[in-house]
Design a protein around this ligand. Sequence first.
Ligand code: PA5
Length: 531
Amino acid sequence: MNETSWQKFQEYLLYHEELGLQLDISKVTFEQEILDQIETRMQTVYPKIRELEGGAIANPDENRMVGHYWLRRPELAPTFKIAQEIKTTVNSIKEFAARVHQGLLRGEKDKAFENVLVVGIGGSSLGPRFVADALGTAGDKMKLYFLDNTDPDGMDRIFNQLRGKLDITLTVIISKSGGTVETRNGMEEIRRLYQEQGLEFPRHAVSITQSGSQLDRTRTKEGWLKAFPIWDWVGGRTSVLSAVGLLPLALQGIDIDLLLAGAGKCDEITRNEDTKNNPSALLAAMWYIITGGQGGKQMVMLPYKDRLELFSNYLQQLIMESLGKERDLAGKITKQGIAVLGNKGSTDQHSYVQQLLDGPDNIFVTFIEVLRDRNLPSPKVAEGSTSGDYLQAFLLGTRKALSQKGKDSITITMTEINEFSIGVLLALFERAVGIYALLVNINAYHQPAVELGKKGAEEVILLKNKAIAYLHKHEGQKFTVEELAKVLGEEGKVETLFKVLQHAAHNPDHGIRAEKSNIRELFGITYSTTG
Ligand code: PA5
């Protein structure tokens, strides 16, 4: 490192002892003048953040407040009722987890619970899963499993591990809306598995959902073990510190008070309205500078720590679902977003880092360095160095190589991985996303486009049902997809018909078979019932 960069390093290194965090932006190319200009814009953002934290409507589409920061400091909530609900919920989570751990709350066969199956998707899975993996130890009080898709084989992989153990498995169904199809399917499949094993699902089930949702109605009707709330002012992707994350993590044995304390402390420090002393704002400012305020570069997350491997997965949703927006708050086309990818170092140096260095100039890297290697001393493995020395050397080496290639990087240094520091990390990025969204004037708290895919899926299911019903009504007859589309009056959907019948014929579930007249002929295949 030459003297100039050492000076820049010292000048821009942001260090917060209380957070156990350093943020190094010295490997980003920018002039102080640009930072000054952004500071001027930031001064228009800070009052808006204050308003949001005070309970202003943050998501105009859904006319709702967004208050994940109240989860870690209930006293900041805009009403006494909200503050009380947060506190009561955290207490009841701790009490519930303690009763499960002590074997006071048991399953139908009067056995203590040992496993937790979490069924949820998106914000109702990614955060808890990341934290569970980051903080998990051999001494965990319960083993967590996550089911987050409607892939039958994916479900079987989990069910096969739980088969024969469902009497000691607590299932937590998480859905804020309470109507998410993938989660409903997962719930119905696990319900059957309990039944097959002679167990009543409700006696092993807990829900986390909004009051009055479909899921809430089901659990009330069936009398599940327990229900925990999620409120409309908590967004899915910022729900990890609501019951969504706190319940599974408390069951795992994680100290949720410390997790909340870390996030709360980070919130406090990132309320500083002087950008150079506010790590979330500084991160957002760097994203703005690097990507040209328009998502011009992709963010590659490279934590050099196995425990943080799922962080990029979690961030992908937090950042891309929040910032990936077609229109700004005024309704003008803006096409915003920052693409996020990455896994962990140094592993990724043996896969795609080659392209980061030599390929197109369309990326920037965020390194995460963790100073404490492990709890015990490490052996010297070679050249008088530990494995941890090598891990750091690989990070520094890659960072230097990127700089030499003219590519920007940001480095976050954490003292160690524990409940507090993971809380800090969660809040650091949640707040950076919120600030960046205001910088580019978009609504970070809705996801209008993903609704299109859901609507499309409903249409596919309707068409598949129509086609299969027709085939069963005409047992023994064979139809090509074109013929079927015609008789169904669905000529405009012949390709979808081709796809759904091909899928149906590859599975025993709908009694459909495919027949080829010619081995090479794909489009002339006829479909009929298996009879
Ligand atoms: O951030 C979001 O709002 C989404 O990713 C949701 O978390 C996801 O769609 C799951 O929704 P729900 O919790 O309602 O099942």
